[in-house]
Ligand binder design. Structure first.
Ligand code: GLC
Ligand code: CA
Length: 553
């Protein structure tokens, strides 16, 4: 499948569009909005989990891998959505969460019994010490304190590197791998076009589950990040199933560096087609979103450039600046005060790079974080992180600030369709707060405005399709040392594209690099009306973006 020419739109179903008025987004709502998605100029939809789930982690805790959550509809409705998407020229990929399941999955329920064939689907172990009252090892969960939970009936503990309700699947068990392959076949046979594989680089745990190096958080992670057998298991999925279908797979890889990534995505021996990595999303935080710091443009540029360079000619990159796990990008790397300008600037900043872009629902209209009191946020990461930092005696004020800045709920507020009540998301009571700025920021208002963020995205996505330089062009960064400007060129044949992006409200001057005469260029993307050039350079206004195209004979 030609995923290299695609752009992908991510739908987080609960907040996209409610078709039946119960306040929760669903397949009926999605069905009604498919023309809108197609109108953006994207080629594929990624659905965050649609499966039955107790929603401890909003679908990333799957109770049944071969069905649809009743809040969203039925399998038959899903099939209708799939067929309509295909008829509109849109591919569809499913989220596949197999590092862990829900504790309400029948595999887990049956497997509590040590004699059940499902017992070995998970990591059940006896406790240490007298009466086995100490967990089997010292691992800490990535979000939930200890990584082990004890079952009172059997006295055994199960491993969960995420929340308690997300027990880790034992991928070393060939029967579990067969289940995964079976799930893949189920959806591929129905017609889906691939998968986004959740935290897939975590699926192989070190044999014997030895104690981890005692870090303050997530002790033990060195024993399951990029574990010994991950690539072997991914190869098995590929050879036994994926290679037999016209499909593609994008794997999520926390804490990944480009050199290690190549071990997975190098065209010569790839086990994943694409990979989601995080380095460029860490320019305003330390280790995790929760530990928010001041935005550092140089850190962001360095990450983007490293991935552009190291993958060039060897592997295919992904491009994204938003998804359901991060606050809204305008509020993070841009400016709410210069919302329209910065939303457009951020769009050209990443969409002109090399790779397959992903756009998250609402990003295309420049949605922002929501201004709520910290205790109104419900996401499990925010809740658990708050508890952890409270125990470590951080002040409530500091914790509340981190929650507001970093909470994933910021990106999970209902989609803003129009200026009617509840932003046109539902006729009922929305399951979560609608951002009150919907009266101003919504799809309808932007459809009618040729200068809107929405239409800017459309233009960029169309440009990507029509210009080989986007797919093939060499990348080179300029003004590397600047704390305010991100500029780079893409060069392909006699076409040269230069994009200049300001990340500040201050005025900063940009000087054309050697060999460029700006007067010769065609200004193809900009977010201000007047665009003077003075002495082969210009003053960048707040969050200004300008892209010039040059043809050389
Ligand atoms: C991934 C998902 C995130 C989820 C986590 C555990 O990072 O994107 O939403 O909480 O995995 O499944
Ligand atoms: Ca609904």
């Amino acid at each position: 499948m030609d995923y290299k020419s695609m752009s992908v739109y991510q739908i987080w179903p609960r907040s996209f569009c409610d078709g039946n008025g119960d306040g929760i987004g669903d397949l009926e709502g999605i069905y009604a909005k498919l023309e809108y998605v197609a109108s953006l100029g994207v080629d594929c939809i990624w659905f965050s989990p649609l499966y039955p789930s107790p929603n401890a982690d909003f679908g990333y805790d799957i109770a049944d891998y071969k069905d649809i959550h009743k809040d969203y509809g039925t399998l038959a409705q899903f099939k209708k959505v799939l067929d309509k998407a295909h008829s509109l020229g849109l591919k569809v990929i499913m989220d596949l969460v197999v590092n862990h399941s829900s504790d309400e999955n029948v595999w887990f329920q049956k497997g509590i019994d040590p004699n059940s064939p499902y017992h070995d689907y998970y990591f059940w172990r006896k406790g240490r010490g007298k009466n086995g009252k100490r967990p089997p090892n010292n691992w800490l969960s990535l979000i939930d304190g200890g990584a082990w939970e004890r079952n009172e009936k059997t006295g055994e503990y199960y491993l969960h590197v995420f929340a308690k309700k997300q027990p880790d699947l034992n991928m070393d068990n060939p029967r579990v791998r067969n289940e995964v392959k079976d799930i893949m076949r189920f959806w591929l046979n129905m017609g889906v076009d691939g998968f986004r594989e959740d935290v897939i680089t975590l699926i192989s745990k070190k044999e014997g589950l030895p104690n981890g190096f005692p870090l303050p958080a997530a002790t033990g992670m060195e024993h399951y990040f990029n574990g010994l057998h991950v690539k072997e298991y991914l190869r098995e999925f590929k050879e036994d199933v994926l290679d037999k279908y016209d499909c593609f797979v994008v794997g999520e890889a926390p804490m990944m560096k480009p050199d290690t990534a190549l071990e997975y995505i190098d065209e010569k021996h790839k086990t994943l087609d694409l990979m989601f990595h995080f380095q460029h999303m860490e320019a305003d935080c330390f280790l995790m979103d929760f530990l928010h710091t001041k935005f550092n443009l140089r850190k962001m540029k360095k990450a983007f450039s490293a991935w552009q360079k190291k993958l060039d000619g060897k592997a295919w990159n992904t491009l994204y600046i938003e998804n359901h796990d991060h606050p809204r990008i305008v509020s993070r790397y841009g400016s709410e005060k210069y919302r329209v300008q910065s939303a457009k600037m951020l769009a050209s900043m990443y969409l002109l790079q090399k790779g397959t872009p992903f756009i998250y629902q609402g990003q295309e209209i420049g949605m922002t974080n929501i201004d709520l009191d910290a205790d109104k946020f419900i996401d499990i990461f925010a809740k658990n992180n708050s508890a952890v930092f409270k125990k470590l005696h951080f002040s409530q004020k500091w914790i509340d600030r981190m929650v507001k800045l970093s909470c994933r709920d910021n990106a999970r507020t209902p989609m803003q369709w129009d200026a009617s009540e509840n932003a046109g998301f539902t006729t009922g009571t929305p399951w979560f707060y609608v951002n009150p700025n919907y009266t101003e920021i919504n799809v309808k208002a932007q459809e009618d405005d040729p200068d809107s963020v929405l239409n800017f995205y459309r233009k960029l996505l169309a440009f990507r399709k029509e210009n080989e330089v986007i797919r093939e062009g060499k990348y080179k960064e300029y003004c590397k040392k600047s704390k305010y400007i991100y500029a780079y060129e893409r060069v392909w044949g006699n076409v040269r594209l230069l994009t200049v992006n300001s990340f500040t409200a201050k005025g900063v001057r940009f000087e054309a690099p050697k060999g460029y005469d700006l007067e010769e260029g065609e200004l193809i993307f900009q977010n201000y009306a007047k665009t003077p050039i003075v002495n082969n350079g210009f003053m960048l206004r707040p969050y200004e973006t300008r892209t010039y195209l040059f043809h050389r004979s």
